[in-house]
Design a protein around this ligand. Structure first.
Ligand code: PHE
Length: 491
């Protein structure tokens, strides 16, 4: 049997241990973790070692954990504050930290018997708390650097506090040299065998007096995983199939849009907060880029200023320059209205599953770049009952059997409803919907009502793949990508 030098070194290390060792505890000078791990894999297939696999839990810091490590724990910040100022009243806390944090801080201080008296927190030296703070911070620090901890008390503590620790299960290998391995080492071993040929070996003539490592054609090679669909792709294909089964066709769209189509045509007033830079990514396209069907701006202008028959409009003076700003589309409803503008003969049933962009701060349930699922139906019989029944069919096929509708608001629909699903007794928001307002349909030249609904794809992906953090979808964690389970249909 032929062994590489690395395998021999690892085997030699193991021969000096009398019990199973964790792969992570193997230390061989000159070899990095990846080389050691690969040697262990080969030694296993060559049957020179025994391997046990055990599940190990590792941790990373969640968004809150990172934040606390940087800014200090809420209880720590509040305690330091009263330590410097002597006291703080409850309204002072509000100015000092946000409500969520102050709730945590007060609850944590309460455990150490620091409680508000007559509406104020008063400083008193508390050694237990000071010690606890040091311990808690050291713990978070060690999680950040090591990714694991044996401190079960701290783990329990922080697990109960939302989104500080993110737990991951990994298989850890424990290895032990077997009789074959010992026999191999007892034979003659040459660690100077040449493993790879270089120009120097040939030109210097060293090769003449060297031994070469032979090829062992019988060794099973490491298994290489073939290509997989990304879990999100699987979900997108499934949703596309549902729409197609329901007789919908896919509509096109693009990332960069004009405010004219993304907002104005949807009767979003020009001073609406979603238009602010804090919510929308505006872009300056290089070169010339034209607004599609720019004639819409005139029609939309009239509607915003004066309304359509039976409706008063916003009554302000519409700025056509605002319409010409370009942005990363914030929803796919923009594709719906433009498609209908060009397809005014009913019935039309269309859908898309496409990326949208929002200037959000990213956390465990928000992304700045996400997919939106959009469906719309334009027909004489498009009404609230049709909408509810379409959504029930659609969500039912996706696996959400029990849903309810609650009133909601979007500038372009009236009435508007949000769909809520019940999952294991808990409510989960699926997405918005409604009947397009006359102020949207009239300027587009549509004679019949339009009903539409939209929702985020990644939120559904979290449900399907049971993820606790939406960012996991895009982290390219190989272990997840190779082992995820395609979910059952039913909730
Ligand atoms: N566009 C809405 C959103 O971005 C969803 C929606 C679609 C609402 C269609 C009503 C009609 O959340």
């Amino acid at each position: 049997m032929e062994l590489s030098n690395n395998e021999i070194k690892v085997l030699d290390f193991l021969s000096r241990r009398n019990d199973f060792v964790s792969e992570n505890d193997i230390e061989v000078p000159g070899l990095d973790r990846r080389e050691i791990s690969s040697a262990v894999s080969y030694l296993e297939v060559k049957d020179l070692i025994s391997v046990k696999r055990e599940e190990r839990i590792t941790y990373t810091l969640g968004q809150e954990g990172e934040k606390f490590l940087e800014k200090g724990l809420p209880e720590e910040r509040l305690y330091r504050r009263i330590k410097t100022d002597g006291k703080i009243d409850l309204s002072g806390i509000k100015n000092f930290m946000d409500q969520e944090e102050s709730k945590i801080a007060l609850a944590q201080l309460g455990r150490f018997n620091i409680k508000p008296v007559m509406g104020a927190l008063i400083y008193e030296e508390n050694q237990d708390l000071e010690n606890a703070i040091v311990k808690r911070k050291q713990f978070l620090e060690s999680i950040k650097t090591l990714g694991s901890s044996r401190d079960t008390e701290m783990i329990d503590h922080f697990r109960r506090r939302g989104n500080i620790l993110i737990e991951k299960k990994k298989l850890e290998r424990f290895v032990y040299i077997n009789d074959n391995g010992r026999k191999f080492l007892a034979g003659s071993i040459n660690l100077n065998k040449i493993e790879a040929l270089t120009p120097e070996i040939i030109s210097s003539g060293v090769w003449k007096n060297s031994e070469f490592r032979g090829y062992d054609l019988k060794v099973p090679v490491e298994k290489i995983n073939g290509g997989f669909y990304h879990p999100l792709t699987i979900l997108i294909r499934r949703i596309k199939r549902i729409f197609l089964e329901m007789g919908f066709s896919e509509m096109p769209g693009h990332y960069v849009e004009s405010a004219a189509w993304n907002m104005d045509a949807l009767f979003v007033p020009q001073d609406h907060p979603v238009r602010e830079m804090q919510d929308t990514f505006y872009v300056k396209p290089q070169g010339s880029i034209e607004i599609e069907f720019p004639e819409i701006i005139e029609k939309v202008k009239k509607t915003h200023e004066k309304g359509v028959r039976g409706y008063t409009g916003w009554g302000y003076s519409f700025d056509p320059h605002e319409s010409k700003r370009f942005l990363m589309r914030t929803h796919t409803t923009v594709s719906t209205v433009r498609y209908l503008y060009k397809h005014t003969v009913p019935p039309v049933s269309i859908f898309s599953i496409e990326k949208v962009f929002r200037h959000e701060s990213v956390d465990w349930k928000h992304l700045a770049e996400l997919h939106q699922i959009e469906g719309a139906y334009y027909a004489k019989d498009a009404n609230l009952s049709t909408l509810k029944s379409l959504m029930r069919t659609f969500y039912g096929k996706l696996g959400f059997r029990e849903i309810k509708f609650v009133p909601s608001y979007y500038p372009y629909t009236e009435p508007s409803m949000d769909a809520i699903a019940f999952i294991n007794g808990k409510e989960m928001e699926l997405g918005g919907s409604g009947i397009f307002r006359a102020e949207v349909t009239k300027p587009l030249g549509l004679k019949e009502p339009v009903i539409a609904w939209g929702m985020g794809l990644e939120r559904i992906a979290m449900m399907f793949y049971q993820l606790n953090d939406i960012r996991e979808i895009y982290q390219s964690d190989m272990e997840w990508l190779q082992n995820y389970k395609i979910p059952e249909y039913s909730y």
